[in-house]
Design a protein. Structure first.
Length: 294
C-alpha cells in the first residue's frame, strides 16, 4: 500500500500514512500557462495498492473541477504505471447536491460524478457525504464504497468544550448529524425548518417552542458554505435569549467571506480538517486511516 497526497489532500494524507505505517508520497501537480493540468508520480507504484487522497474543494489557484481532473489523471496514470488497485479517499466529495433534475434540461451531476469515479477507481472512501434523497453510497456508486462518519469526533469536541449545549440542526437535511451528535452527547436537540429560495437566500424558522434556559446554542451540520443558513437560523433563536452561539460542522467551505460573517454575528465556528481552514480543529486522519484498514 502507498498513500499519495494529491494537491488538496496532502494536508491529511501524510497523517493517514503515518497512522497506517504506510509509504507516503505527494503527487506532483502543475498547470501549463493555458490552464491544462500535468501530474507526475514521484514514487514507484508498480504492483501496489495506490490510495489517492483528494479533497475536492476550490481555492484561489485550484478549483473543484481542477481537483476532479487531477484525481482522474492520477488514477489512470497509476494504472498505466502498473498499480495493482487504485482507491480514492475523499475527505470532501463534490457534486452530490444535484441528485435529481430540478428543472428541465439540467444535468444530474451526482450521477455523472459517480460514473467518473466508477470508471477510474476500484474503491472509494468518503467522509460524511452530503447526501439528500439517496441514503447510501452504495445507491450511487457501482464500485465498493465506504462512508466514514465524523459524528463521534464532533460529539467528543462539543462534550469537552461546550457545557450543557442545545444542539440545533439548522434545516431538515442536517438532522442526520445534529440528532446523532446530540444523542451521543446525551443532550437536547431541535431541528429547524428551512425554505431555500436560491443558493444564497434561505428562510429558517422554528417548528416548535424551545426553552433555552440560557443554554449555549450549537448548530451542527455537515457543511458550511456561504453560512447563510446558520446566520438566518441564529436570527430566530436570538429572540429567545440564547447564552452563546457556536456552529460545528464537518466540512468548512466558507465561501464568499462566510467565516468573517459568522464572526461578526458572534457565532464561533469549528470544523473538521477535511478542508483546511482557520477553524479546522477536529482531526479526521484517524477515522480515515481506520476505514482504509478494511
Amino acid at each position: 500500500m502507498i498513500i499519495i497526497g494529491c494537491s488538496h489532500g496532502k494536508h491529511l494524507a501524510g497523517k493517514v500514512a503515518k497512522r497506517l505505517k504506510a509509504k507516503y508520497s505527494e503527487l506532483q501537480v502543475k498547470k501549463f500557462p493555458d490552464g491544462e493540468t500535468k501530474i507526475r508520480f514521484l514514487a514507484d507504484v508498480k504492483g501496489k495498492d495506490v490510495i489517492l487522497v483528494q479533497s475536492f474543494y476550490g481555492d484561489m489557484n485550484w478549483d473543484v473541477n481542477d481537483c476532479v481532473v487531477e484525481a482522474i489523471f492520477a488514477a489512470e496514470t497509476a494504472r498505466d504505471l502498473g498499480a495493482k488497485k487504485v482507491f480514492l479517499a475523499a475527505p470532501y466529495f463534490p457534486y452530490l447536491r444535484q441528485d435529481k433534475r430540478f428543472k428541465p434540461g439540467e444535468s444530474i451531476s451526482l450521477k455523472i460524478m459517480a460514473g467518473l469515479v466508477d470508471g477510474h477507481f476500484d474503491k472509494v472512501f468518503v467522509v460524511d457525504p452530503h447526501l439528500h434523497r439517496e441514503a447510501q453510497l452504495s445507491h450511487i456508486f457501482k464500485i465498493h464504497s465506504h462512508k466514514i462518519t465524523s459524528n463521534p469526533w464532533i460529539a467528543d469536541y462539543i462534550r469537552k468544550n461546550i457545557k450543557n449545549p442545545l444542539i440545533v440542526g439548522p434545516d431538515w437535511e442536517s438532522y442526520k448529524w445534529a440528532q446523532r451528535v446530540a444523542e451521543q452527547i446525551g443532550c437536547e436537540y431541535v431541528i429547524l425548518e428551512k425554505v431555500r429560495y436560491s443558493g444564497r437566500k434561505v428562510k429558517v424558522t422554528l417548528n416548535k417552542k424551545i426553552d433555552l434556559d440560557n443554554k449555549p446554542v450549537v448548530f451542527v451540520d455537515d457543511m458550511i458554505s456561504t453560512g447563510n443558513t446558520i446566520l438566518e437560523a441564529s436570527k430566530n433563536i436570538r429572540k429567545l435569549v440564547a447564552k452563546k452561539f457556536y456552529c460545528v460542522a464537518v466540512h468548512g467551505l466558507f465561501v464568499e467571506g462566510a467565516l468573517e460573517k459568522l464572526r461578526k454575528a458572534n457565532i464561533e465556528a469549528v470544523t473538521t480538517n477535511t478542508i483546511p481552514n482557520k477553524v479546522a480543529k477536529i482531526d479526521v486522519s484517524g477515522i480515515v486511516a481506520d476505514a482504509l484498514k478494511i
